[in-house]
Design a protein. Sequence first.
Length: 278
Amino acid sequence: MSEMPRTTAESFRPHVAAASPLVRVRGLRVCYGDHEVLGGIDLDVYRGETMVILGPSGCGKSTLLRHLEGLAWPVAGSITIAGVEIAKASRRELARVRRLMGVSFQSAAMFNSMTVGENVALPLREHTDLADSTIRLMTRMKLQQVGLSGVEDLYPAQLSGGMRKRASLARALALDPEILLFDEPSAGLDPIIAAGIDQLILRLKEAFRMTMIVVTHEMQSAFLIADRMCMLDQGSILAVGSVAEIRAHPHPRVRQFVRRIPDGFDEGSTGYITGFEG
Ligand SMILES: Nc1ncnc2c1ncn2[C@@H]1O[C@H](COP(=O)(O)OP(=O)(O)OP(=O)(O)O)[C@@H](O)[C@H]1O
Ligand SMILES: [Mg+2]
């Protein structure tokens, strides 16, 4: 992906003024049994912006994405995407909203019994009436877009983890989505490929004004690609703001996360303290 132009989030200005959010989450509460994972969160994501979701492992980031995708139903609260409230939508409306979204899962979930090409072509086969030859061409283009060529006839098991991740992104992009949900795009990738994914994300938002919700633990990547960021912790959103606002945020948990300070470490001194609860 070395041919990708180097760009930064600074060169992009989302059109957020006065517009209603493309994705609107209100009072979203999710429980698994007695375990409350999301405790009534509110979040707005505007057309054309990249919202990065930060937060410790197990805080509910993937859960939030699954609910945005309409794969699971909350205990309470609402999710409205492109003006359609998911829980109240007809099947037809829901299908229309899903068609707007591309999703790349944390696990890069691919069907192992299908070739990479068939995996990427799947949304095109499900949602369009395009001819086989067109689908094959589009599949090749999507794979090229993520820096993968000549792998259509391989099976997912024959790809490296990083290649699988990129193939899963190619599948998410198959229908030219307006909204891309991206769970840990660069986890487990070598730094050069991870940087390539960052550049791809920047290019997608600049070229296509794609709206993206990206979960990542890679702070360098987060600061590069985000227009705004939010931090989830223990079922609540602790902070939402621009990159600069999150960098300078006074909440100790946000500071700790952004500066990669381990639990129990006293920032003001040189060592660990006991009883630190964040
Ligand atoms: N289907 C499920 N059934 C029961 N519990 C679940 C289910 N999915 C997630 N959980 C629990 O919900 C919590 C949040 O999980 P989630 O996968 O959303 O975390 P995450 O923030 O994405 O973490 P990570 O950064 O490790 O990917 C965890 O405690 C997890 O065990
Ligand atoms: Mg997750």
